[in-house]
Structure formats: C-alpha cells, structure tokens
Design a protein around this ligand. Structure first.
Ligand code: ADP
Ligand code: MG
Length: 683
C-alpha cells in the first residue's frame, strides 16, 4: 500500500475520468480500482516483451508459449451439455484453436479480426494444435505491442486488457500532477527513479529494465513507509511508561521451589530478560519463541506471579477453548495459593460470566485465562499489568492491540512455537524484541520421523501394539480441515471403528475431535493420560499444548493435507520425556516435499523457512496477518534485499527526524491510518 491515493488530486472517483460511465466504473471497482490513484498505481501482473512471442510454426506440443494471434473465427457449441467456445486464430505462420469451457462470455471480446495474445500449453489433437483455457489478452491492432514492452494487468470477469489499458492511457493524457512523497535524499541515496518517471515506466516502459526499476522503486517505497512506521512505533513505545513490575517476587520464588525440575539455561535467560524489562517501567514487548516442549509456559507463569506480587492483574490468552480450559486447569494447579485464576471463554455464559466479569473488575481475580472472548467489550480489568498471548500464530495484529487497550499500557509477552523466519519477524514483529529459547528440557530424545505407505500399515500397527504393551500411548491423527466438515468427521469415526474392530482390537481405543463437548473431551484426555485409553484417534484438536509424557507414537494419516508447521506442531505432542518417540507419516505420496522436510529435521527454524519458501508469504501467514502487511509491489520473499535497504534507510531517516515532522503531510496521514497504535503522536 502506498500513500499516494490519499492525495486530493488522486482521491477522485473513477467515474470522473473521461469516457467512464457508471457501468465501466462498476467494472473497475471489481478490480479494486475506486479512484484515480488506484488506477494510476494499478500494478501490471507482468510485462510481455516482443521477444517473448513465439510463432505457431515453432511451437511444439507440450510447450507453454505466448502467441500473438488474430481471431479468424468463433464457434459456440454444446457437446454433451457442456458449453464450449472454440476460437480459431492464426499468425503469419499457422493456425491454432483456443478452447474454452463455460466461458461463453469471452466471445464478446474475441470477435473476428481482433488481435490477441494467448498464453498456455500447446496440445496436439488429431494433428491440429490447440490450447485449452489459455490466458487471453486483447491487444491493439497496431502501435501498441510492436517493439514495445506491454504491461499485462490483472483482470476480472468482463474486464479485458484493452479496456484497462485504455483507461490508463486516458488518465495519462490528462495526468494529474503527483508530487514525490519519498524524501529526496532517501531516493537519491538508494538510486531510485523519481515518481513521474516511475509511473510512466510502470505502464509504458521502453525496456524491461525500466519497468523493473519502476516496480522496484514502488516496492522500496512500500517497505520504507512500513519500516518507518514500525521503527517510529518502537521509539515511541520506548518513551511510554508501563506498570512497574518488580523482578523480585516471593510468589515467583515459591513457584520455583514447587517445580519438580530445574529451569534450563534458556528458560532462565528468557525469564531474566522479561523480568528486567518489566521492572524498567517501560513497556515490555517480547516475542518468546521456542520449539514445542521448550517449556515456555513456566517462563510465563513466573512473570504472571511477578505482576500479581506487584499488585497487578494478568491475562493469559490461548487460541482455542480446549487449550484455554487446559491452561486454566494447569494454572489453577500450579498457582494454587499464589494467585486466583479465572476462566473466560465463549462457553462461559449467563450468571457464571457475570460473576467472572464482576470479580475481574473488583480485583478478585489475579489471572484471567481465556480465548478471544477476553478481548470483547465489557471485559474490564481492575488493573491489567501483563498480557501473555500463547501460540501467537493464531492471533492477528489487531487482536494484539485490543488486548493492550485493556489496561494502562500493559506489558506484552507473546509466545510462539512456530519459529518465525527472520525476514518475517522483521516486518511482522518489528516493534517487538525476539527472545529465543533453543534448549529442550533435559533428557529428551529427538523424535524419529518416518514416512510409510498405507500398504505398510499392518507393520505400523504391530509396532503400535508393542509400544502399547510397554505402557506407552499412541496418537492416530486424521485430518479435519474444517470442523464442520461432516465427511472428515465420519473419517475419524471410521478409523476408530476400524481399529477397535479389526487392526488393534486388543487395545483400548478412544476418540477425540473438535465437535465434542468440553467435558467429554476432558474425560477422554484424562483416560488417555492415565492409560485407560491406549490409542487416541483424533483430529488436530491435539495440535498445541497437550502434554502427555508417555505418548511416544504419533501416526498421522493423510499427512499431505497438513502444512509443514502444522505437522511439526503435531509432532511436538510426543517426545516429551526421556522415552524415544516416533512419528509415522502414512502417505500415498511419499515424495511430497513437505513430508520430506518434516521427516528430514526436527529443527523448527529450518522447517519454518522451508514452509515459507514452499508456500509463499500469503498462504504462510494466512489472510488476516498477511492482509496487515498488504504490499502491492513488494514481495517479502523475493525482495529481501530491498527490505534490508528500506530498513536501513528508515533507521537513518528516523535519526535525523525522530518525530517524523519533516515527512509529507499525506504520508503522516497514511501512517496514522495504517498503524492504529500511532495515536495522536504524529502532529
Ligand atoms: P511449550 O514451550 O511447548 O509451551 P511447555 O511449557 O508446555 O512447552 O512444557 C512442556 C513440558 O515440559 C511440561 O510438561 C513442563 O512441565 C515441562 N518442563 C518445562 N520446563 C522444564 C524443565 N526445565 N525441565 C523439565 N521439564 C520441564
Ligand atoms: Mg505451550
């Protein structure tokens, strides 16, 4: 996102552009183009250079090619009830058919005589060449496309290239002046092109290099403002005050006494870091990352007790109800006599809820454990001093901010078991300090992971039987992508039946999934923990937080349906004692790169990087978090060099202008809107 669209001259509705009526405006709106600025900065998905275009006679079946064609005939047919559109087209070297199913609306823009480009895989049928569902673009008859570089814009139904290009050309004919918002010295030092030049080269480049330079400038600019906002926030946060929480605490000491184990070096280091920050009276913002089983909870507990000892309340947020309930039970046990612990989730209703809220407000609850329900309005603390968010990857940035508003700038401890690749932590958590716990509590053996095929299940079950005889527990995990998916539900139930009736009929088998009631789940988990249930067939409800030292085997069915991080998280449920544990991925596709990655290492950092690379940032982060970044030109994976440059440039800038007073007014407005926490600090 860039600030230019807020300029008054660009913030005009698109229908004021010459030649654009309500219908056209509606079509552009589908592309996210509302005002002149949106159109001016509408980014081409790619560029076609004349040299990329192939001739039909040179194209072989199986190749993916770009052709420049003239439409010579259009046929609409209905073979066996399907709507088929066949476009006959040619260049000076031959003929080809373009085939579409259920896309008859395309006929409108593909009339005989039109010039188009078509991009797709060449097939040969009965000696004739064809492309099924090529990417089609109308190009102008002459001039455009000849010798130049042609931008190709993202489209939606009913809008074609030709139309978008015409709108943009129209806009440039009568171009509103745009002033460059990037500070001049930053632009010069980073060797970036000016705004006018960049806009021209974005849409009408003479060479590919110029198009590239334009795109890079805008990508840099996006990163620059983003980093500026992050760094500014960070400086401002440093100036604020937060509850003063003393590092020394009797309650904390009492808990340490109670623990049946000694803290690891990593735990101690993390604890000291957190404690000294909270004692400074400045806001503590720490992202605590440590692999599953690293023992983050204890670290959080120590801090919670410090807050309580200093007279503040604390909040502990978990991503799901099951986990909130489990954490609540754990905290009640661990903090008995030290702090009053309450629970608030979506299922706490009516008078129970009212009682909790009253007690919270009157300071009769020290630590409130809960889910999102905790962020709702009406949940008022007496004096929130510290908020802990467990398993951050399920939380969005906005939720983090909401929580902060529940007190007088409470300290914030975010814990995650999904290691965040460094590139991402710089952008997503730039305003936080990252503390890493890289030591596992002593005596643990790394989990061994193997990939097996369904044909080998008999042997897998023999292995399970042996482990069960040794008094160990076994998870059998089935995918349940969406908890409302009936099909998958029958899947877990089916597997359970199959195991108890046939393969493992000599063992006691339980079932656990997200559709069960809280009490029901608890009972099952208890039985599993106690060994009354030996094999637990379950969905990913067990993904995070559940802790059973005797669980040594995890069989994951259809693991292809899980992501790398999720598999790694799941695997973290075993290997929680000095017993050797085994994770068995039962896959049809043993070559699957994600499975290979998971089987190849237990290092969460390596897996996170692999995951990010294989999936790309959008999918990796999930829509919500990725949306918070909302870069149109920049790509956090591809443009890492630019990101670094922008970060350095932003840091330098802030040194010379710490209050951001010299920035363009529009940029300030933009940053203010973008970073909700900016408050009124930008004057
Ligand atoms: P995570 O970092 O995944 O949240 P937990 O906090 O749930 O890990 O800890 C996992 C298990 O390890 C718990 O049973 C906890 O009691 C235990 N644990 C934590 N710290 C230590 C330690 N220093 N020594 C031995 N066991 C520990
Ligand atoms: Mg945990």
């Amino acid at each position: 996102m860039l600030p230019y669209t807020t300029l008054p001259e660009l913030n005009k509705e698109i229908r004021f552009l010459k030649g654009i009526g309500p219908k056209r405006a509606g079509q552009l709106l589908q592309l996210g183009i509302e005002n002149l600025g949106d159109l001016l900065f509408y980014r081409p998905a790619r560029y076609i250079a004349q040299g990329d275009i192939r001739r039909i006679c040179d194209a072989k079946a199986g190749e993916i090619v770009l052709l420049k064609l003239k439409v010579i005939g259009v046929r609409q047919m209905r073979p066996r009830g399907r709507r088929l559109l066949e476009i006959g087209a040619s260049d000076d070297s031959g003929r080809i058919s373009l085939i579409f199913f259920n896309r008859n609306y395309l006929a409108e823009s593909l009339k005989t005589g039109e010039m188009i480009t078509a991009y797709g895989k060449i097939l040969s049928r009965k000696g004739k060449l064809q492309i099924v569902h090529p990417a089609i673009e109308n190009i102008e008859d002459q001039g455009e496309g000849s010798g130049k570089i042609l931008p190709v814009y993202p489209l939606s139904e009913g809008v074609n290239q030709h139309f978008v290009r015409r709108c943009i050309t129209g806009l440039f004919d009568d171009a509103p002046e745009v002033r460059d918002m990037l500070p001049g010295h930053v632009r010069q030092r980073c060797l970036l092109t000016g705004i006018e030049e960049s806009l021209r080269n974005l849409h009408f480049p003479e060479t590919e290099a110029l198009a590239e330079a334009a795109n890079r400038r805008f990508a840099f600019e996006e990163f620059f403002y983003f980093q500026l906002g992050v760094l500014f926030n960070r400086c401002e946060t440093g100036k604020q005050s937060s509850p003063l929480i003393r590092a020394d605490s009797k309650k904390k000491d009492a808990l340490v006494q109670r623990l049946s184990f000694k803290l690891t070096g990593s735990q101690k280091k993390a604890d000291q870091e957190i404690a000294s920050r909270m004692a400074s009276g400045k806001p503590m913002r720490i992202l605590l990352q440590g692999d599953v089983g690293a023992g983050k909870t204890v670290v959080a507990l120590l801090s919670l007790l410090r807050a309580v000892d200093s007279g503040f309340q604390a909040a502990f947020l978990a991503p799901t109800e099951v986990l909130a309930e489990q954490q609540h039970a754990n905290l009640c046990r661990d903090l008995e006599g030290l702090a009053v612990v309450g629970l608030l989730t979506g299922s706490v209703k009516g008078s129970a809820r009212k009682k909790i809220l009253d007690n919270l407000k009157s300071n009769q609850i020290d630590v409130l454990v809960g889910t999102h329900a905790l962020l709702e309005e009406g949940v008022d603390f007496y004096s929130l001093g510290l908020a802990v968010i467990d398993e951050q990857h399920r939380f969005g940035v906005m939720q983090r901010l909401k929580l902060q508003k529940k007190g007088q700038n409470p300290h914030l401890l975010v814990m995650t078991a999904t290691p965040i690749p460094r590139t991402l932590s710089l952008t997503l958590y730039g305003e936080m300090d990252v503390v890493t716990m890289d030591e596992l509590p002593g005596g643990r053996k790394p989990v061994r992971t193997a990939i097996r095929t369904p044909e080998q299940l008999d042997r897998v079950y023999d292995f399970v039987r042996n482990e069960a005889r040794a008094g160990h527990r076994i998870f059998v995990v089935c995918p349940l992508i969406d908890e409302s998916e009936k099909v998958s539900l029958s899947h877990v139930e089916g597997i359970k039946r199959e195991l108890s009736e046939a393969c493992l009929s000599d063992l006691s088998i339980g079932l656990l999934h997200g559709r069960m009631k809280g009490v029901e789940k608890d009972t099952i988990m208890k039985k599993f923990r106690d060994g009354e249930i030996q094999v637990l067939v379950c969905t990913t409800v067990i993904e995070v937080g559940i802790d059973i030292p005797e669980a040594t085997v995890m069989i994951i069915l259809d693991p292809e349906r899980f992501g790398i991080s999720q598999l790694h998280q799941l695997r973290g449920r075993i290997g929680r004692s000095s017993l050797q544990s085994y994770c068995i991925l039962v896959a049809r596709d043993v070559q699957n790169p994600r499975l290979a990655a998971v089987a190849g290492t237990n290092d969460g950092f390596l897996l996170a990087e692999a995951d990010l690379r294989l999936r790309g940032p959008g999918e990796y982060l999930g829509e919500r978090q990725h949306g918070a970044l909302d870069f149109r030109f920049a790509d956090i994976l591809r443009d890492q060099d630019l990101l670094k440059k922008a970060r350095t440039a932003a840091a330098d800038y802030i040194e010379t202008d710490p209050g951001l007073a010299l920035l363009d007014e529009e940029v300030k407005i933009f940053l203010k809107e973008r970073f909700a926490t900016f408050h009124e600090r930008l004057s």
